[in-house]
Design a protein around this ligand. Structure first.
Ligand SMILES: *[C@@H]1O[C@H](CO)[C@@H](O)[C@H](O)[C@H]1NC(C)=O
Ligand SMILES: *[C@@H]1O[C@H](CO)[C@@H](O)[C@H](O)[C@H]1NC(C)=O
Ligand SMILES: *[C@@H]1O[C@H](CO)[C@@H](O)[C@H](O)[C@H]1NC(C)=O
Ligand SMILES: *[C@@H]1O[C@H](CO)[C@@H](O)[C@H](O)[C@H]1NC(C)=O
Length: 386
């Protein structure tokens, strides 16, 4: 449509030369980010049996401000991944939106880059288990996205005191870049919501990937219900799926995802939160209604709640709203709003999600009160209780 408004900005590169910082959360902990490749040597990759299953994860670890020696700005994603995402966003929103290429590649996160070594402990710096003093929250992404599009949201959740681990699932994630430079592209999981068997199989792959992550983090197989899982879109049914298959995951959140897999008609044991965008709820989505019914029947003591976030659109937990705000894409002449983001700002989205998710996990994993989950709050009128 109004291409003339959009092309000059995108082409001149006027705003694209300088990096733009996605603001760090203003909350108790600073956050450290590490990316790690994990290999499951005994499991042939279900999408490509010529090699063992290998995945990439991002860990966002809280750091007490007094232990953070240095903060720095870190690229949000590199130029290669940014160009992969640009092509997908173009196809998703349509060429007339004029999504400005390169924006993702110039974003930066403000993180803690050097941590004071702990005193008087035998902790090895590279021991993956040594941060277990913070509860672990696993983070499932939407289909056809990358874990890198969730880094700001993960940083916000980590900043209140959770070790947040965002997972890529190769051959489903749009592109996974490994430390050796190799890339695995996605596209093996169908988009058609009626392909329920293939989608259930994809969830099973995610659940096994999640088990690999928990083993790597040193969460013992006998530690039941100690880990939380929040999933955006297809990550939502992934939360329910893994709760049925790995008892270490004891609390789940589905952010606006249609439900798939055995949980739809068998439910889950354990607390589960459904957080929808306007109009997406158990009245409009039959898979949600079936999931509620099945859980009520099979696990009548399971705590479940359904919330709705006004002003949001699908993809509640992805960083697009924050990126769009920082890049100044919310102007009247742009159609990013409504196609890629809702009317609620990125900063407000992060604030609300951090508040509700941390209260949910304190309630479910730490045995505290219901907090914001008890009922509507004057502080967050955008959150509706259904
Ligand atoms: C399977 O993985 C191998 C590398 O191990 C790669 O060369 C090949 O292209 C992959 N095949 C498919 C169908 O993705
Ligand atoms: C990924 O998203 C783009 C944009 O919607 C679409 O063209 C492409 O087919 C998608 N790929 C898969 C595997 O879903
Ligand atoms: C729930 O979904 C129905 C059908 O789309 C819609 O009419 C209703 O407004 C929704 N409720 C909320 C609170 O979004
Ligand atoms: C869910 O349960 C209600 C109450 O028993 C029932 O009326 C409804 O048909 C069920 N929905 C589905 C999709 O099974």
């Amino acid at each position: 449509m109004k291409l003339s408004h959009l092309l000059p900005a995108a082409l001149s590169g006027a705003g694209l030369i300088h990096a733009a910082v996605l603001p760090a959360p203003d909350s108790p902990y600073k956050v450290q980010w590490t990316s790690t490749e994990l290999v499951d040597p005994a499991r042939p990759d279900p999408f490509n049996a010529t090699h063992a299953r290998r995945i990439m994860i991002s860990r966002f670890t809280p750091v007490h401000p007094r232990d953070c020696v240095r903060t720095c700005r870190v690229p949000y994603m590199n130029a290669f991944m940014s160009s992969v995402e640009d092509a997908i966003i173009d196809a998703f929103v349509g060429a007339d939106i004029g999504w400005p290429h390169g924006v993702l590649g110039r974003m930066e996160l403000e993180l803690c880059c050097a941590v004071r070594a702990p005193h008087n402990t035998n902790t090895k710096v590279h021991d993956p288990h040594h941060h277990r003093r913070f509860p672990t929250i696993l983070y499932g992404t939407g289909r056809n996205t990358t874990r890198l599009l969730y880094s700001a949201a993960a940083q916000h959740l980590a900043s209140v005191g959770y070790e947040v681990v965002v997972m890529d699932h190769p051959y489903e994630t749009d592109a996974v870049q490994f430390p050796d430079g190799s890339v695995i592209y996605g596209g093996r999981v169908p988009r058609d919501p009626d392909a329920v068997e293939a989608l259930a199989a994809a969830l099973d792959v995610r659940s096994r990937d999640t088990t690999l992550v928990l083993d790597y983090l040193g969460v013992g197989r006998d530690e039941k219900g100690v880990v939380g899982f929040v999933g955006d879109s297809f990550g939502g049914p992934a939360a329910a799926d893994v709760m049925r298959k790995d008892a270490r995951v004891g609390a789940g959140v589905n952010m606006d995802g249609m439900m798939f897999g055995p949980a739809v008609d068998e439910g889950v044991e354990g607390p589960f939160l459904m957080f929808g965008s306007p109009g997406h709820n158990s009245s409009s989505d039959e898979t949600w209604e079936r999931f509620f019914n099945a859980t009520g029947e099979n696990y009548p003591r399971s705590w479940m709640k359904e919330l709705s976030l006004e002003g949001a659109i699908h993809g509640l937990l992805i960083d697009f709203a924050l990126v769009a705000d920082v890049a100044g894409l919310r102007g009247d002449d742009k159609q990013v709003v409504g196609n890629l983001i809702g009317t609620i700002t990125g900063a407000r989205t992060m604030e609300i999600l951090r508040a509700y998710l941390s209260d949910f996990f304190e309630f479910t994993l730490d045995g505290k009160g219901k907090g914001l989950l008890a009922g509507p709050s004057k502080k967050y009128p955008e959150v509706l209780f259904l």
